[in-house]
Design a protein around this ligand. Structure first.
Ligand SMILES: [Ca+2]
Length: 541
Protein backbone atom coordinates (compact mmCIF):
# COMPACT_ATOMS: atom_id res chain seq x y z
CA UNK A 1 0.00 0.00 0.00
CA UNK A 2 2.79 2.35 0.96
CA UNK A 3 4.40 1.62 -2.41
CA UNK A 4 1.21 2.45 -4.31
CA UNK A 5 0.88 5.77 -2.47
CA UNK A 6 4.50 6.47 -3.29
CA UNK A 7 4.00 5.69 -6.98
CA UNK A 8 0.83 7.80 -7.15
CA UNK A 9 2.60 10.68 -5.45
CA UNK A 10 5.44 10.42 -7.94
CA UNK A 11 2.96 10.31 -10.81
CA UNK A 12 1.17 13.47 -9.74
CA UNK A 13 4.42 15.28 -9.02
CA UNK A 14 5.58 14.44 -12.55
CA UNK A 15 2.29 15.58 -14.06
CA UNK A 16 2.68 18.91 -12.32
CA UNK A 17 6.27 19.40 -13.36
CA UNK A 18 5.47 18.27 -16.88
CA UNK A 19 3.29 21.11 -17.99
CA UNK A 20 2.22 23.89 -15.63
CA UNK A 21 5.59 24.52 -14.08
CA UNK A 22 7.65 24.60 -17.22
CA UNK A 23 8.47 28.08 -18.47
CA UNK A 24 7.27 29.32 -21.83
CA UNK A 25 9.78 30.34 -24.49
CA UNK A 26 9.61 33.48 -26.61
CA UNK A 27 12.03 32.66 -29.40
CA UNK A 28 12.99 35.71 -31.48
CA UNK A 29 14.99 35.31 -34.69
CA UNK A 30 16.37 38.24 -36.70
CA UNK A 31 17.54 37.84 -40.29
CA UNK A 32 21.02 39.14 -41.23
CA UNK A 33 21.50 41.27 -38.11
CA UNK A 34 25.11 41.96 -37.23
CA UNK A 35 25.89 43.07 -33.67
CA UNK A 36 25.70 46.78 -34.49
CA UNK A 37 23.36 47.72 -31.64
CA UNK A 38 23.52 50.13 -28.74
CA UNK A 39 24.07 47.26 -26.32
CA UNK A 40 27.04 46.09 -28.41
CA UNK A 41 28.68 49.50 -28.13
CA UNK A 42 27.36 51.08 -31.34
CA UNK A 43 25.97 54.22 -29.75
CA UNK A 44 24.81 55.59 -33.14
CA UNK A 45 22.42 52.65 -33.57
CA UNK A 46 18.85 53.20 -32.30
CA UNK A 47 17.92 49.94 -30.56
CA UNK A 48 16.40 50.88 -27.18
CA UNK A 49 14.34 47.71 -26.72
CA UNK A 50 17.16 45.28 -27.34
CA UNK A 51 19.41 47.46 -25.18
CA UNK A 52 16.86 47.22 -22.37
CA UNK A 53 16.58 43.44 -22.73
CA UNK A 54 20.38 43.17 -22.58
CA UNK A 55 20.37 45.28 -19.41
CA UNK A 56 17.93 42.88 -17.78
CA UNK A 57 19.39 39.69 -19.19
CA UNK A 58 22.74 38.35 -20.41
CA UNK A 59 24.47 39.50 -23.61
CA UNK A 60 26.88 37.23 -25.47
CA UNK A 61 29.73 39.24 -26.94
CA UNK A 62 31.32 36.33 -28.78
CA UNK A 63 28.55 34.26 -30.27
CA UNK A 64 29.15 32.66 -33.68
CA UNK A 65 26.99 31.08 -36.34
CA UNK A 66 27.99 27.76 -37.92
CA UNK A 67 27.62 29.07 -41.46
CA UNK A 68 27.04 32.66 -42.57
CA UNK A 69 24.00 32.06 -44.75
CA UNK A 70 20.31 31.74 -43.88
CA UNK A 71 19.39 28.12 -44.69
CA UNK A 72 22.38 26.25 -43.25
CA UNK A 73 22.66 28.51 -40.19
CA UNK A 74 19.02 28.07 -39.27
CA UNK A 75 19.00 24.34 -40.04
CA UNK A 76 22.01 23.90 -37.76
CA UNK A 77 20.53 25.96 -34.92
CA UNK A 78 17.11 24.33 -35.14
CA UNK A 79 18.31 20.73 -35.49
CA UNK A 80 21.35 21.07 -33.26
CA UNK A 81 23.43 19.44 -36.00
CA UNK A 82 26.35 21.27 -37.62
CA UNK A 83 26.43 21.83 -41.40
CA UNK A 84 29.45 19.53 -41.78
CA UNK A 85 27.57 16.64 -40.14
CA UNK A 86 24.16 17.19 -41.77
CA UNK A 87 25.49 18.13 -45.21
CA UNK A 88 23.15 21.15 -45.22
CA UNK A 89 25.66 23.77 -46.42
CA UNK A 90 23.76 25.68 -49.06
CA UNK A 91 20.27 27.14 -49.21
CA UNK A 92 18.86 24.54 -51.58
CA UNK A 93 19.40 21.47 -49.40
CA UNK A 94 16.37 20.84 -47.19
CA UNK A 95 17.22 19.48 -43.76
CA UNK A 96 14.27 17.03 -43.85
CA UNK A 97 15.48 15.55 -47.11
CA UNK A 98 19.02 15.07 -45.86
CA UNK A 99 17.87 13.82 -42.45
CA UNK A 100 14.16 12.85 -42.40
CA UNK A 101 14.22 11.54 -38.82
CA UNK A 102 15.78 14.59 -37.21
CA UNK A 103 13.89 16.08 -34.24
CA UNK A 104 13.98 19.87 -34.42
CA UNK A 105 14.04 22.17 -31.42
CA UNK A 106 10.35 23.17 -31.66
CA UNK A 107 9.41 19.56 -32.44
CA UNK A 108 11.21 18.40 -29.32
CA UNK A 109 9.33 20.96 -27.25
CA UNK A 110 6.08 19.86 -28.91
CA UNK A 111 6.85 16.23 -28.05
CA UNK A 112 7.35 17.33 -24.46
CA UNK A 113 3.97 18.93 -23.97
CA UNK A 114 4.47 22.39 -25.46
CA UNK A 115 2.28 24.28 -27.89
CA UNK A 116 4.71 25.32 -30.63
CA UNK A 117 3.88 27.98 -33.18
CA UNK A 118 5.76 30.39 -35.41
CA UNK A 119 5.14 33.76 -37.07
CA UNK A 120 7.49 35.10 -39.75
CA UNK A 121 10.81 33.52 -40.72
CA UNK A 122 12.17 30.83 -38.39
CA UNK A 123 13.33 28.05 -40.68
CA UNK A 124 14.65 29.18 -44.06
CA UNK A 125 12.04 29.44 -46.82
CA UNK A 126 12.31 25.90 -48.21
CA UNK A 127 11.95 24.40 -44.72
CA UNK A 128 9.59 27.05 -43.40
CA UNK A 129 6.46 25.11 -42.70
CA UNK A 130 8.02 21.94 -41.34
CA UNK A 131 4.86 20.19 -40.18
CA UNK A 132 6.53 18.04 -37.54
CA UNK A 133 7.86 21.10 -35.73
CA UNK A 134 4.71 23.05 -35.03
CA UNK A 135 1.62 22.06 -33.04
CA UNK A 136 -0.62 24.83 -34.34
CA UNK A 137 -0.97 27.66 -36.83
CA UNK A 138 -0.67 31.33 -35.90
CA UNK A 139 -3.85 33.37 -35.47
CA UNK A 140 -4.07 34.67 -39.05
CA UNK A 141 -7.87 34.65 -38.99
CA UNK A 142 -7.90 37.19 -36.15
CA UNK A 143 -5.88 39.64 -38.26
CA UNK A 144 -8.07 38.92 -41.26
CA UNK A 145 -11.18 39.66 -39.18
CA UNK A 146 -9.62 42.94 -38.09
CA UNK A 147 -9.07 43.79 -41.75
CA UNK A 148 -5.26 43.80 -41.51
CA UNK A 149 -3.88 42.54 -44.83
CA UNK A 150 -0.60 40.68 -45.17
CA UNK A 151 1.74 43.16 -46.91
CA UNK A 152 4.10 42.40 -49.80
CA UNK A 153 7.75 43.38 -50.09
CA UNK A 154 7.37 47.00 -51.21
CA UNK A 155 4.74 49.52 -50.16
CA UNK A 156 5.27 52.13 -52.90
CA UNK A 157 3.56 51.52 -56.22
CA UNK A 158 6.60 52.71 -58.22
CA UNK A 159 8.77 50.07 -56.54
CA UNK A 160 6.20 47.30 -57.01
CA UNK A 161 6.06 48.22 -60.69
CA UNK A 162 9.82 48.56 -61.16
CA UNK A 163 10.36 45.14 -59.55
CA UNK A 164 7.99 43.55 -62.07
CA UNK A 165 9.65 45.40 -64.91
CA UNK A 166 13.13 44.40 -63.74
CA UNK A 167 12.03 40.76 -63.53
CA UNK A 168 10.66 40.89 -67.07
CA UNK A 169 13.83 42.50 -68.42
CA UNK A 170 16.18 40.05 -66.72
CA UNK A 171 14.23 37.00 -67.85
CA UNK A 172 14.24 38.33 -71.39
CA UNK A 173 17.96 39.05 -71.27
CA UNK A 174 19.30 35.99 -69.46
CA UNK A 175 16.56 33.38 -69.62
CA UNK A 176 15.57 30.99 -66.84
CA UNK A 177 18.70 31.50 -64.76
CA UNK A 178 17.50 35.05 -63.99
CA UNK A 179 14.99 33.49 -61.61
CA UNK A 180 17.82 32.71 -59.22
CA UNK A 181 18.11 36.09 -57.61
CA UNK A 182 18.84 38.28 -60.60
CA UNK A 183 15.44 39.89 -60.90
CA UNK A 184 15.18 42.05 -57.81
CA UNK A 185 13.62 45.39 -57.06
CA UNK A 186 15.39 48.32 -55.39
CA UNK A 187 17.63 47.73 -52.37
CA UNK A 188 15.68 50.02 -50.05
CA UNK A 189 12.44 51.88 -49.47
CA UNK A 190 11.21 54.40 -46.89
CA UNK A 191 7.44 54.57 -47.32
CA UNK A 192 5.44 56.64 -44.87
CA UNK A 193 3.38 53.68 -43.69
CA UNK A 194 2.36 52.15 -40.36
CA UNK A 195 4.47 49.34 -38.89
CA UNK A 196 2.15 46.72 -40.34
CA UNK A 197 2.64 48.23 -43.82
CA UNK A 198 5.66 45.89 -44.01
CA UNK A 199 5.87 42.24 -43.11
CA UNK A 200 7.71 42.47 -39.78
CA UNK A 201 5.07 44.75 -38.29
CA UNK A 202 2.34 42.43 -39.56
CA UNK A 203 4.08 39.36 -38.12
CA UNK A 204 4.45 41.06 -34.75
CA UNK A 205 0.72 41.73 -34.64
CA UNK A 206 0.21 38.11 -35.67
CA UNK A 207 2.44 36.90 -32.83
CA UNK A 208 0.58 39.12 -30.36
CA UNK A 209 -2.80 37.76 -31.53
CA UNK A 210 -1.38 34.23 -31.30
CA UNK A 211 -0.15 34.91 -27.78
CA UNK A 212 -3.64 36.07 -26.78
CA UNK A 213 -5.07 32.87 -28.22
CA UNK A 214 -2.53 30.74 -26.37
CA UNK A 215 -3.36 32.48 -23.11
CA UNK A 216 -7.12 32.21 -23.60
CA UNK A 217 -7.38 28.65 -24.86
CA UNK A 218 -4.58 26.61 -23.36
CA UNK A 219 -2.94 25.90 -20.10
CA UNK A 220 -0.01 24.22 -21.78
CA UNK A 221 3.38 25.94 -21.85
CA UNK A 222 4.22 27.49 -25.21
CA UNK A 223 7.16 27.92 -27.52
CA UNK A 224 6.25 31.03 -29.50
CA UNK A 225 8.66 31.83 -32.32
CA UNK A 226 8.72 35.25 -33.96
CA UNK A 227 11.09 35.62 -36.90
CA UNK A 228 11.90 39.03 -38.40
CA UNK A 229 12.74 39.36 -42.10
CA UNK A 230 14.73 42.57 -41.66
CA UNK A 231 17.49 43.72 -41.78
CA UNK A 232 17.78 41.24 -44.67
CA UNK A 233 17.70 42.93 -48.09
CA UNK A 234 15.64 44.65 -49.36
CA UNK A 235 16.03 47.31 -46.69
CA UNK A 236 12.45 48.47 -46.46
CA UNK A 237 11.24 50.17 -43.28
CA UNK A 238 8.59 52.76 -42.41
CA UNK A 239 9.94 56.28 -42.88
CA UNK A 240 9.79 57.10 -39.15
CA UNK A 241 12.58 54.58 -38.47
CA UNK A 242 14.77 56.19 -41.12
CA UNK A 243 14.14 59.52 -39.38
CA UNK A 244 15.25 58.07 -36.03
CA UNK A 245 18.71 57.41 -37.44
CA UNK A 246 20.85 60.49 -38.00
CA UNK A 247 22.71 60.07 -41.27
CA UNK A 248 25.54 62.31 -40.03
CA UNK A 249 26.31 59.94 -37.18
CA UNK A 250 26.50 56.81 -39.28
CA UNK A 251 29.97 55.37 -39.67
CA UNK A 252 31.07 53.58 -42.81
CA UNK A 253 33.29 50.51 -42.71
CA UNK A 254 36.74 51.43 -41.41
CA UNK A 255 38.46 48.70 -43.43
CA UNK A 256 37.29 48.39 -46.98
CA UNK A 257 39.96 46.10 -48.37
CA UNK A 258 40.36 42.34 -48.24
CA UNK A 259 43.02 40.99 -45.87
CA UNK A 260 46.63 41.15 -46.93
CA UNK A 261 47.70 37.68 -48.20
CA UNK A 262 44.16 36.51 -47.38
CA UNK A 263 42.61 33.66 -49.38
CA UNK A 264 41.47 35.06 -52.73
CA UNK A 265 38.52 32.65 -52.64
CA UNK A 266 37.45 33.99 -49.23
CA UNK A 267 35.53 37.07 -50.41
CA UNK A 268 32.81 37.41 -53.03
CA UNK A 269 31.68 40.13 -55.44
CA UNK A 270 28.66 41.28 -53.35
CA UNK A 271 26.19 39.49 -55.65
CA UNK A 272 23.23 39.76 -53.32
CA UNK A 273 23.41 43.55 -53.33
CA UNK A 274 24.45 43.94 -56.97
CA UNK A 275 21.33 42.16 -58.21
CA UNK A 276 19.23 45.00 -56.78
CA UNK A 277 17.74 47.46 -59.21
CA UNK A 278 19.66 50.74 -59.07
CA UNK A 279 22.88 49.24 -57.65
CA UNK A 280 25.80 49.17 -60.10
CA UNK A 281 26.43 45.66 -61.47
CA UNK A 282 30.16 46.28 -61.26
CA UNK A 283 32.68 48.80 -59.97
CA UNK A 284 32.69 50.91 -56.85
CA UNK A 285 29.81 51.31 -54.44
CA UNK A 286 30.41 55.02 -53.87
CA UNK A 287 30.69 56.46 -50.34
CA UNK A 288 27.45 58.34 -50.94
CA UNK A 289 25.56 55.19 -51.90
CA UNK A 290 27.25 53.31 -49.04
CA UNK A 291 25.92 55.87 -46.60
CA UNK A 292 22.37 55.55 -47.93
CA UNK A 293 22.61 51.75 -47.79
CA UNK A 294 23.89 51.78 -44.24
CA UNK A 295 21.19 54.25 -43.25
CA UNK A 296 18.66 51.84 -44.75
CA UNK A 297 20.12 48.89 -42.85
CA UNK A 298 20.05 50.78 -39.54
CA UNK A 299 16.48 51.96 -40.18
CA UNK A 300 15.50 48.29 -40.54
CA UNK A 301 17.30 47.49 -37.28
CA UNK A 302 15.32 50.22 -35.47
CA UNK A 303 12.10 48.95 -37.07
CA UNK A 304 12.73 45.39 -35.84
CA UNK A 305 13.80 46.68 -32.43
CA UNK A 306 10.50 48.56 -32.04
CA UNK A 307 8.54 45.39 -32.90
CA UNK A 308 10.47 43.45 -30.26
CA UNK A 309 9.53 46.16 -27.76
CA UNK A 310 5.85 45.71 -28.65
CA UNK A 311 6.03 41.95 -28.34
CA UNK A 312 7.68 42.03 -24.93
CA UNK A 313 5.19 44.67 -23.71
CA UNK A 314 2.32 42.34 -24.69
CA UNK A 315 3.98 39.44 -22.92
CA UNK A 316 4.15 41.60 -19.80
CA UNK A 317 0.53 42.64 -20.19
CA UNK A 318 -0.50 39.00 -20.39
CA UNK A 319 1.08 38.44 -16.97
CA UNK A 320 3.29 35.66 -18.33
CA UNK A 321 6.68 37.30 -18.49
CA UNK A 322 7.57 35.94 -15.06
CA UNK A 323 7.33 32.45 -16.46
CA UNK A 324 8.77 33.00 -19.96
CA UNK A 325 12.32 32.70 -21.23
CA UNK A 326 13.18 35.28 -23.92
CA UNK A 327 15.97 34.58 -26.38
CA UNK A 328 16.99 36.81 -29.31
CA UNK A 329 19.45 35.72 -32.00
CA UNK A 330 20.46 36.50 -35.57
CA UNK A 331 21.36 33.82 -38.12
CA UNK A 332 24.72 35.44 -39.10
CA UNK A 333 26.57 38.74 -39.38
CA UNK A 334 26.88 40.98 -42.42
CA UNK A 335 29.50 42.95 -44.38
CA UNK A 336 28.36 46.54 -44.95
CA UNK A 337 31.34 47.47 -47.08
CA UNK A 338 33.69 45.82 -44.56
CA UNK A 339 36.63 44.18 -46.37
CA UNK A 340 35.29 45.88 -49.50
CA UNK A 341 32.19 43.72 -49.87
CA UNK A 342 28.47 43.79 -49.13
CA UNK A 343 26.57 40.75 -47.88
CA UNK A 344 27.04 37.71 -45.69
CA UNK A 345 28.60 34.47 -46.94
CA UNK A 346 32.20 34.59 -45.71
CA UNK A 347 34.24 32.88 -43.01
CA UNK A 348 35.39 36.12 -41.39
CA UNK A 349 34.50 37.68 -38.03
CA UNK A 350 32.16 40.23 -39.58
CA UNK A 351 29.94 37.54 -41.15
CA UNK A 352 30.15 34.85 -38.46
CA UNK A 353 29.71 36.89 -35.28
CA UNK A 354 26.09 37.37 -34.22
CA UNK A 355 24.10 39.18 -31.55
CA UNK A 356 22.68 36.87 -28.89
CA UNK A 357 20.73 37.93 -25.80
CA UNK A 358 18.93 35.76 -23.27
CA UNK A 359 16.63 36.66 -20.41
CA UNK A 360 15.17 34.19 -17.95
CA UNK A 361 12.83 34.90 -15.05
CA UNK A 362 15.10 33.26 -12.50
CA UNK A 363 18.63 34.06 -13.57
CA UNK A 364 20.76 35.42 -10.69
CA UNK A 365 20.60 39.19 -10.13
CA UNK A 366 24.42 39.41 -10.45
CA UNK A 367 24.21 38.08 -14.01
CA UNK A 368 21.63 40.60 -15.18
CA UNK A 369 23.00 43.32 -17.41
CA UNK A 370 26.30 41.45 -17.79
CA UNK A 371 28.21 40.79 -20.98
CA UNK A 372 29.95 37.46 -21.29
CA UNK A 373 32.91 37.04 -23.59
CA UNK A 374 32.67 33.24 -23.44
CA UNK A 375 32.78 31.65 -26.90
CA UNK A 376 29.35 30.25 -27.74
CA UNK A 377 27.79 28.95 -30.94
CA UNK A 378 24.26 29.11 -32.32
CA UNK A 379 24.21 25.31 -32.25
CA UNK A 380 24.28 25.66 -28.44
CA UNK A 381 20.81 27.23 -28.30
CA UNK A 382 18.97 23.90 -28.71
CA UNK A 383 20.53 22.16 -25.67
CA UNK A 384 20.48 25.41 -23.65
CA UNK A 385 16.72 25.87 -23.99
CA UNK A 386 16.16 22.19 -23.20
CA UNK A 387 18.35 22.56 -20.12
CA UNK A 388 16.54 25.72 -18.98
CA UNK A 389 13.09 24.08 -19.10
CA UNK A 390 14.22 20.68 -17.81
CA UNK A 391 13.94 18.54 -20.96
CA UNK A 392 16.75 16.25 -22.00
CA UNK A 393 18.17 17.17 -25.44
CA UNK A 394 18.39 14.39 -28.07
CA UNK A 395 21.83 12.80 -28.27
CA UNK A 396 22.22 13.90 -31.90
CA UNK A 397 22.65 17.51 -30.73
CA UNK A 398 26.15 18.86 -31.32
CA UNK A 399 25.94 21.94 -29.13
CA UNK A 400 26.57 22.51 -25.44
CA UNK A 401 24.11 24.03 -22.99
CA UNK A 402 25.41 27.43 -21.89
CA UNK A 403 23.07 27.52 -18.90
CA UNK A 404 26.12 27.54 -16.54
CA UNK A 405 27.08 30.94 -18.05
CA UNK A 406 23.79 32.38 -16.85
CA UNK A 407 24.85 31.45 -13.33
CA UNK A 408 28.40 32.69 -13.84
CA UNK A 409 29.12 34.73 -17.01
CA UNK A 410 32.86 34.65 -16.26
CA UNK A 411 33.13 30.87 -16.34
CA UNK A 412 35.96 29.44 -18.44
CA UNK A 413 34.11 28.09 -21.44
CA UNK A 414 34.68 26.65 -24.94
CA UNK A 415 38.19 27.11 -26.31
CA UNK A 416 36.90 27.62 -29.88
CA UNK A 417 33.81 28.26 -32.01
CA UNK A 418 33.50 26.70 -35.47
CA UNK A 419 32.03 27.98 -38.72
CA UNK A 420 32.39 26.96 -42.35
CA UNK A 421 31.67 28.24 -45.84
CA UNK A 422 32.33 26.78 -49.30
CA UNK A 423 34.41 28.99 -51.67
CA UNK A 424 32.56 32.33 -51.25
CA UNK A 425 34.14 33.80 -54.40
CA UNK A 426 32.83 31.11 -56.74
CA UNK A 427 29.41 30.37 -55.29
CA UNK A 428 26.25 32.10 -56.35
CA UNK A 429 23.03 32.82 -54.53
CA UNK A 430 22.65 31.03 -51.18
CA UNK A 431 26.07 29.33 -51.47
CA UNK A 432 24.81 27.26 -54.39
CA UNK A 433 27.50 26.03 -56.83
CA UNK A 434 27.86 28.37 -59.79
CA UNK A 435 25.51 27.48 -62.67
CA UNK A 436 27.11 27.66 -66.11
CA UNK A 437 24.38 29.99 -67.31
CA UNK A 438 25.15 32.37 -64.44
CA UNK A 439 28.54 33.04 -66.03
CA UNK A 440 26.69 34.39 -69.07
CA UNK A 441 25.05 37.09 -66.98
CA UNK A 442 26.62 40.25 -65.53
CA UNK A 443 28.19 37.96 -62.90
CA UNK A 444 30.51 36.58 -65.60
CA UNK A 445 33.06 39.42 -65.67
CA UNK A 446 32.98 39.73 -61.86
CA UNK A 447 33.70 36.03 -61.50
CA UNK A 448 36.52 36.20 -64.04
CA UNK A 449 38.31 38.93 -62.12
CA UNK A 450 38.22 37.09 -58.81
CA UNK A 451 38.97 33.77 -60.50
CA UNK A 452 42.08 35.31 -62.07
CA UNK A 453 43.28 36.36 -58.63
CA UNK A 454 42.62 32.88 -57.22
CA UNK A 455 44.59 31.22 -60.02
CA UNK A 456 47.48 33.62 -59.52
CA UNK A 457 47.55 32.91 -55.79
CA UNK A 458 46.95 29.17 -55.89
CA UNK A 459 49.01 28.33 -59.01
CA UNK A 460 49.25 24.53 -59.35
CA UNK A 461 46.68 23.98 -56.61
CA UNK A 462 44.03 25.54 -58.84
CA UNK A 463 41.43 23.01 -60.02
CA UNK A 464 38.19 24.47 -61.30
CA UNK A 465 35.95 21.51 -60.44
CA UNK A 466 37.27 21.27 -56.91
CA UNK A 467 37.26 25.02 -56.21
CA UNK A 468 33.72 25.39 -57.51
CA UNK A 469 32.20 22.31 -55.91
CA UNK A 470 34.05 20.72 -53.00
CA UNK A 471 36.44 23.28 -51.52
CA UNK A 472 35.36 24.27 -48.01
CA UNK A 473 36.71 26.96 -45.72
CA UNK A 474 36.63 25.78 -42.10
CA UNK A 475 36.98 28.56 -39.60
CA UNK A 476 38.00 28.18 -35.96
CA UNK A 477 37.69 31.19 -33.64
CA UNK A 478 39.64 30.91 -30.40
CA UNK A 479 39.85 33.57 -27.73
CA UNK A 480 42.67 35.32 -29.58
CA UNK A 481 42.76 33.98 -33.13
CA UNK A 482 40.71 33.21 -36.20
CA UNK A 483 42.22 30.27 -38.05
CA UNK A 484 40.77 29.29 -41.45
CA UNK A 485 41.65 25.98 -43.09
CA UNK A 486 40.73 25.59 -46.76
CA UNK A 487 40.27 21.91 -47.59
CA UNK A 488 38.86 19.73 -50.34
CA UNK A 489 35.80 18.24 -48.67
CA UNK A 490 35.82 15.32 -51.10
CA UNK A 491 39.37 14.36 -50.05
CA UNK A 492 39.60 15.17 -46.34
CA UNK A 493 42.81 13.16 -45.89
CA UNK A 494 44.69 15.53 -48.22
CA UNK A 495 46.71 18.52 -47.01
CA UNK A 496 44.89 21.87 -46.76
CA UNK A 497 44.90 24.07 -49.86
CA UNK A 498 45.48 27.32 -47.94
CA UNK A 499 45.58 28.69 -44.40
CA UNK A 500 44.60 31.98 -42.84
CA UNK A 501 45.44 33.25 -39.38
CA UNK A 502 44.27 36.52 -37.83
CA UNK A 503 45.38 37.80 -34.44
CA UNK A 504 42.45 39.53 -32.78
CA UNK A 505 44.65 41.07 -30.11
CA UNK A 506 46.56 43.19 -32.61
CA UNK A 507 44.22 43.01 -35.62
CA UNK A 508 40.51 42.80 -34.70
CA UNK A 509 39.43 43.77 -38.24
CA UNK A 510 41.33 40.78 -39.71
CA UNK A 511 43.46 42.81 -42.11
CA UNK A 512 46.65 40.70 -42.22
CA UNK A 513 46.91 36.95 -42.70
CA UNK A 514 49.75 35.82 -40.42
CA UNK A 515 49.65 32.11 -41.30
CA UNK A 516 52.98 32.25 -43.14
CA UNK A 517 54.89 34.05 -40.37
CA UNK A 518 53.81 32.05 -37.33
CA UNK A 519 54.60 28.41 -38.04
CA UNK A 520 54.74 27.24 -34.41
CA UNK A 521 51.38 28.82 -33.64
CA UNK A 522 49.87 27.41 -36.84
CA UNK A 523 51.02 23.93 -35.81
CA UNK A 524 49.39 24.33 -32.41
CA UNK A 525 46.15 25.66 -33.85
CA UNK A 526 46.10 22.90 -36.47
CA UNK A 527 46.29 20.31 -33.68
CA UNK A 528 43.28 21.92 -32.02
CA UNK A 529 41.46 22.21 -35.35
CA UNK A 530 42.04 18.52 -36.13
CA UNK A 531 40.30 17.54 -32.88
CA UNK A 532 37.16 19.24 -34.22
CA UNK A 533 34.49 20.92 -32.11
CA UNK A 534 34.58 18.06 -29.60
CA UNK A 535 38.14 19.02 -28.77
CA UNK A 536 37.14 22.54 -27.68
CA UNK A 537 34.34 21.87 -25.23
CA UNK A 538 34.25 23.46 -21.76
CA UNK A 539 36.16 21.47 -19.17
CA UNK A 540 33.09 21.33 -16.94
CA UNK A 541 31.16 19.29 -19.52
CA1 LIG B 1 19.98 35.42 -42.93
Amino acid sequence: MKNIVHILLLFFTCLACNSQERPNVLFIAIDDLRPELGCYGADWAVSPNLDKLAKEGLLFDRAYCQQAICGPSRASLLTGIRPETSGVYHNYIKFRESNPEVVTLPQHFKNNGYETVYCGKIFHHGDLDDELSWSRKPAEDILRDKGIPRPGGFALRENIESTKEQKRKMLQKYGEVAQFGLASGPAYEAADVADNGYLDGYNTELAIATLEELVAKDNKPFFLALGFNKPHLNWTAPKKYWDLNDKDEIRLAAHNKGPLVGAEMGLHASFELRTRHGIPNEGEITPELSLTLKHAYLACVSYVDAQIGKMIAELEKSGLRDNTIIIVWSDHGYHLGDMGIWGKATNYEIATRVPLIIWTPDMPEESRGQKTDALVELVDIYPTLCDLVGIEAPNTVEGTSFKPLLENPKLKWKSAAFSQFPTPALREWGAYPLRKAMRETFFGPLIEVVEGRIIQQQQDKWNRGMFENTLMGYSMRTEQYRFIVWKDRANPEKEPIYLELYDHKSDPAETINMAFNRSKLVKKLMEQFNKGWRGSLPATK
